[in-house]
Design a binder for this molecule. Structure first.
Ligand SMILES: [Zn+2]
Length: 298
């Protein structure tokens, strides 16, 4: 129902799935002058310039860092092959001439939209590889394949194929028509409130998950839920699924202690100094802005 343009999303990388298993094409693409490498040092991304841009390096600039057996092919970005370049955090910070390594969390809204999408993709895959060096079934070493888009257990008797995982999490603005339900965690900046969120558990639908999370955290019962949009959240591997939901009860009790406070806020409250709204990078902020806008249409 809503055009998907949350930060980090946007399908700006043509993932070229058919190229992933074409090892000759990949090998050639990786040494071509067209190749661009997106460095990820530990979990940090290389940013240069003002306004900032995500640095993409040429092959000649990354010699000595690329392992051609272990390429992580992201796809075509601005029509050129793009690879993630994983650099161990234990190594000294490289590429200082090109910029600084920074946290993607603070960069999301400052980068051009297509570059945030590219870098989120690179970061998520690099961290996934680092966490899957061994098979979870037999414990043998695993190795990247399909251009770094999967791994395979090297034990011939096992041979398990391991795919990058994405962990679904719901994030929901609950409202009773006039007011919306926001909560805050203890370690958040003062006065900041946000929508209710939590991971989807095994055996749950998204609707089940929303009704359980909202009840556990606030005691509020939820009826109808409406999908809004989603956002890749590569910290390290979540997919935030955003909803607007209708409350069928309004008494708040902080059942599971996850929140320090939860309250009902009117649209007028949300336009005032209190509460402070979620950061602009987040889908939570977009849900709040969307709900405020719905009131303007009355
Ligand atoms: Zn195995």
């Amino acid at each position: 129902m809503v055009e998907n343009h949350n930060v980090f999303a946007g399908a700006f990388v043509d993932r070229s799935g058919e190229r992933r298993k074409d090892s000759d094409w990949l090998a050639e693409a990786a040494i071509s002058e067209e190749a661009q490498f997106v460095p990820v040092w530990g979990d940090l991304c290389l940013v240069g310039g003002d306004p900032p841009h995500a640095v993409r390096l040429l092959r000649s600039q990354v010699e000595g860092f690329v392992d051609d057996q272990d390429l992580i092919f992201l796809g075509l970005f601005r029509n050129r092959p793009a690879f993630a370049l994983a650099i161990d955090r234990d190594k000294e910070q490289p590429f200082a001439d090109f910029g600084d390594f920074q946290s993607l969390r603070s960069l999301g809204t400052r980068l051009p939209l297509d570059e945030s999408n590219l870098v989120a993709h690179a970061r998520a895959l690099v961290l996934w590889h680092a966490s899957q060096l061994y098979c979870g079934i037999c414990g043998s070493p695993s190795q990247a394949e399909a251009g770094g888009n999967s791994r395979r257990c090297q034990n011939k008797d096992c041979g398990r194929e391991i795919f990058p995982r994405t962990d679904p999490a719901i994030i929901v603005l609950v409202h009773d028509g006039e007011r919306c339900l926001l909560g805050r965690q203890q370690d958040w900046p003062a006065d900041r409130y946000s929508t209710i969120a939590g991971f989807v558990e095994p055996g749950e639908s998204l609707e089940d998950s929303i009704r359980r999370e909202v009840y556990e955290e606030t005691n509020v019962r939820v009826g109808a839920v409406h999908y809004h949009s989603s956002q890749p959240w590569p910290f390290p591997s979540s997919l935030m699924l955003g909803f607007i939901a209708e409350a069928t009860s309004t008494d708040i009790v902080l059942n599971d202690g996850e929140l320090e406070d939860a309250r009902w806020f009117t649209r007028e409250d949300l336009r005032s100094d209190f509460p402070k709204l979620p950061f602009r990078i987040s889908i939570a902020r977009r849900l709040v802005d969307h709900w405020i806008m719905l009131g303007d249409g009355d």
